[in-house]
Design a protein around this ligand. Structure first.
Ligand SMILES: NC(=O)c1ccc[n+]([C@@H]2O[C@H](COP(=O)([O-])OP(=O)(O)OC[C@H]3O[C@@H](n4cnc5c(N)ncnc54)[C@H](O)[C@@H]3O)[C@@H](O)[C@H]2O)c1
Length: 457
């Protein structure tokens, strides 16, 4: 009998063999090239010239990827650490055989009339200043996530973005991922029913993943080759400290710990897929500093339960145990699960497939009567049941969502079409990160007050 024509009993056998989950089904390779955001050749006269600010771990990768996109050139690079000028030019010359001017002062890039737009990957305590300055100087800007270091900064950024009519794109690359787009398509189609619960989990368990010093700092790093005073920016003054320079994520003055580094990716994906357009209403966090007690301010484990108007979100991230990153959208008609470079949909029909186990609490005679009644109501007619088969959608080998996200940015700059991850979107995800930390440090529920634009306990 074909799978369309199985009987209910056969169906029960198959689905219970899959341990309550949907049976293994189709696997489909997603076509990244067909995606609307996929990079395409551009006319010769349509080249965009960008300035790169911050050429550290993330910036070096953004620079390398950007200059390999059609019609995109880097014309000046900026960093406070001189060796990263060398790095920038080795990346650029490796691709184009050219070098570009470098500087410690990002303001020079904003004054440079040959620069159309900016890509910035600096520590979080510098995001607001650079976005606002770039916008006021008439430059569009791609700035890394999370958009803000403090809640109030988000509204200053949105103001500068809108007042100057600038393209601002925040660098949470999942917003442009074909995996996340497929998950959104499945959920929007209603196939998963009502999604009222989402869970996100991930874990790391190694010094590098936990930002442990040395991250590593270069042996000759000193105030001679690094402008330490400027690096501190709006943070409290303190003597040169290479630990803070490389492991800034662990300190209140520059980063936001696990939420700002890792939750933000999960939150961006969930906000995009669930169509969230405001910060969560409430958040409650628990966590602790258990393993990496190296002088950092932030915990190495955090879990947060968020309340949104129509669903709840549970995020669990630990730096004390390695586990896959999984995002699960749990609907009344099935589960959409994102795991690495794949998304699966496992349908559920939400029905009984046999007499409810509660009937075993009756004597045999009553049980048998109930059983007969149930069978009569659910006749075993061949062809009436359908197997609940999972479908797995896989990104192509080597798929790079950051490349797609950067391409989206440069296309927005070129066409003036709105950014896929503008200031408002970035602000909502950042506020959710700040709420997680507020709850953890103040040991209270964090409540978003939209009227005063503040978090309160
Ligand atoms: N989207 C992602 O997957 C992803 C991954 C890693 C980091 N990030 C984000 O990228 C940003 C940078 O992180 P990182 O790991 O590359 O940090 P990093 O410390 O490795 O690099 C930051 C660089 O910025 C330079 N810098 C600091 N302030 C500057 C200023 N005012 N002007 C010019 N240069 C300045 C530093 O000297 C350093 O070279 C952060 O916001 C981080 O959250 C995003």
């Amino acid at each position: 009998m074909g799978k369309e024509g199985i009987s209910r009993r056969d169906f029960i056998r198959r689905t219970s063999a899959a341990a309550g989950a949907a049976a293994a089904g189709k696997s489909i390779l997603l076509d990244a090239e067909a995606a609307a955001a996929s990079p395409r050749p551009v006319p010769a006269g349509d080249t965009l010239r960008f300035g790169m600010i911050g050429i550290g771990m993330r910036g070096s990768s953004l620079l390398r990827t950007s200059i390999q996109l059609p019609g995109v050139r880097c014309v000046e690079a900026c960093d406070l650490y001189d060796e990263r000028h060398v790095l920038a030019n080795s990346i650029i010359s490796g691709v184009t055989r050219e070098t570009v001017p470098t500087t410690r002062r990002y303001q020079e890039l904003l004054e440079n009339k040959d620069i159309d737009c900016i890509v910035a990957a600096v520590p979080d305590h510098w995001h607001m200043r650079i976005i606002v300055d770039a916008s006021n100087a008439g430059k569009d800007i791609y700035c890394e996530k999370p958009m803000t270091h403090h809640v109030s900064e988000g509204f200053r950024i949105i103001d500068a973005e809108q007042k100057n009519n600038r393209i601002l794109q925040i660098g949470s690359q999942r917003r442009s991922s074909i995996i996340f787009a497929k998950a959104k398509e499945i959920i929007d189609s209603g196939a998963a029913g009502d999604v009222r619960l989402v869970e996100d989990t991930m874990g790391r368990n190694d010094p590098c993943g936990a930002w442990v010093y040395p991250y590593p700092p270069p042996p000759a790093l000193s105030p001679e080759n690094l402008d330490w005073e400027t690096w501190l920016g709006s943070a409290p003054k303190r003597p040169f400290d290479p630990r803070r320079y490389v492991s800034w994520r662990g300190y209140l003055d520059y980063g936001e710990g696990i939420p700002g580094d890792l939750y933000v990716h999960l939150l961006t994906g969930v906000h995009y897929i669930m169509g969230v357009t405001a910060p969560p209403e409430r958040a409650y966090s628990a966590g602790g500093l258990f393993q990496w007690k190296d002088g950092r301010d932030y915990p190495d484990q955090m879990s947060t339960l968020y309340e949104y108007p129509n669903f709840r979100l549970m995020i669990r991230v630990t730096l004390d145990n390695n586990s896959d990153e999984v995002i699960r959208f749990m609907g009344t008609r099935g589960t959409v699960e994102i795991r690495g470079q794949q998304v699966s949909f496992s349908p559920q029909d939400g029905k009984d497939h046999s007499l409810c186990y509660y009937a075993s609490s009756y004597p045999a005679k009553i049980h048998s009567e109930l059983s007969k009644a149930w069978e009569a109501k659910h006749p075993d007619v061949p062809g009436t049941a359908r197997p609940l088969e999972a479908t797995i959608y896989q990104a192509p080998q080597g798929y790079n969502e950051s490349r797609q996200h950067l391409w989206n940015y440069f296309q927005s700059v070129r066409t003036r079409k709105p950014s896929v991850e503008d200031g408002t979107f970035g602000n909502n995800a950042s506020i959710a990160c700040h709420m997680a930390n507020y709850s953890y440090f103040k040991k209270t529920m964090a409540v978003w007050d939209g009227d005063s634009k503040t978090i309160r306990g």
